[in-house]
Design a protein around this ligand. Structure first.
Ligand SMILES: [Zn+2]
Length: 353
């Protein structure tokens, strides 16, 4: 039995592309010139994906500002001083805050799929940001003339339209990046915030048919940026029972970087429904050392001790570069790790027969 394997999404941008994005932002490079460089970056990324024999590919998020901010590019009703996300190594990322309604995505992810499909015939997977992450943009003090209820209505509709745009563009599947799930338990150990996040995302999923929801996945991780994390200190087992109430077909779960994945895997197995598949992280994206195929194979077999092989897949623990300016991991390292994932997953599939 073969075991499906898929990336989470992002691949590091080349230094040249990063310089071009900065030059464009500074008004020193035209949009047309940047667009040509984007085409070249996506084409190169897909060619390198194909070279790993990856059965499913992504555009590596080469043209996104970040996994979370693409809907906000060009939005004028934002101020920069929103929620701060602290990472274990001391660095921070700060989200913007909404200053006026209505909330409308400035970019949908569908066009990323269209661009990718120009350069590959393999199935293209597309990652989108979760409604719950975008929900953090609404200020605690509220917005005059645009109450939270109106905002939530707009948010659910916009997030559903974002996913729909990917399917319309021919995406094989859509993965919702829910990296704030584990963080929610750090910010509010009672679990109430996590429940709000899950309800919001399930409200989005309810806009899709049962068949479509089989092609929708969710990704969770302790947050990866500059090889550091924001919520690895929250026990995974605290998150999993609630996380697995998300009403979709696929779960892309960081696991390789867990000190002991066994309790988490056992709990996933307990909560996995018959029509669902869990893609277990077998590549530690915060570790610069490239895994051997044997290491990957061992991780798959450890997962298979808990999860039926028919419901098992593999993935990377996270994107390799969720923010476009993250240069810690090189493209060569990322693709070597992806190749190890593909080879090690095949090896495990053979051995698990
Ligand atoms: Zn992640």
């Amino acid at each position: 039995m073969s075991i499906p394997t898929e990336p989470v999404g992002s691949v590091p941008r080349s230094p040249e592309l990063q310089a071009a994005m900065a030059a464009h932002a500074a008004g020193e490079l035209s949009s047309d010139a940047l667009d040509e460089l984007f085409d070249a970056a996506v084409a190169d990324t897909l060619a390198r994906f194909e070279a790993t024999r990856s059965p499913v590919v992504s555009d590596g998020e080469q043209t996104k500002s970040s996994f979370a901010t693409y809907p906000l590019e060009g939005m004028t009703s934002l101020s920069p001083d929103g929620v701060v996300i602290p990472f274990a190594d001391g660095h921070e990322r700060q989200l913007p805050v909404l200053t006026a309604g209505p909330f409308v995505y400035q970019n949908q992810a569908g066009p990323y799929v269209e661009r990718a499909k120009r350069f590959t015939t393999l199935p293209v997977k597309q990652a989108v940001i979760s409604a719950s992450a975008m929900g953090l943009l609404y200020p605690q003090e509220g917005i005059a003339g645009y109450d939270q209820e109106q905002f939530i209505d707009d948010l659910v509709a916009q997030s559903a339209a974002d996913i729909r745009s990917c399917f319309d563009a021919g995406a094989d599947s859509v993965q919702v990046d829910f990296t704030e799930a584990r963080l929610a338990l750090k910010l509010d150990p009672s679990g109430a915030v996590l429940q709000q996040f899950i309800q919001l995302n399930n409200a989005v999923f309810s806009r899709f048919s049962t068949d479509e929801r089989q092609r929708i996945g969710v990704h969770t991780c302790p947050g990866g940026d500059h090889d550091s994390t924001h919520s690895a200190d929250v026990p995974y087992t605290d998150l999993i029972p609630a996380f697995m109430t998300l009403d979709c077909g696929r779960f892309f779960m960081q696991m390789a970087s867990e000190a002991d994945p066994s309790p988490a895997l056992a709990l996933v197995a307990e909560h996995l429904k018959p029509n669902q598949r869990v893609y277990v992280g077998v590549i530690d994206v915060c570790d610069e050392e490239i895994e051997s195929a044997e290491t990957v194979c061992d991780r798959v077999k450890a997962a298979a001790e808990h999860i039926p092989v028919a419901q098992l897949g593999t993935t990377d623990d996270c994107g390799f570069s969720p923010f476009s300016d993250d240069v810690v991991t090189s493209r060569d390292t990322a693709f070597a790790k992806i190749a190890a994932r593909v080879e090690g997953t095949e090896l495990a599939a053979e051995q698990l027969g």
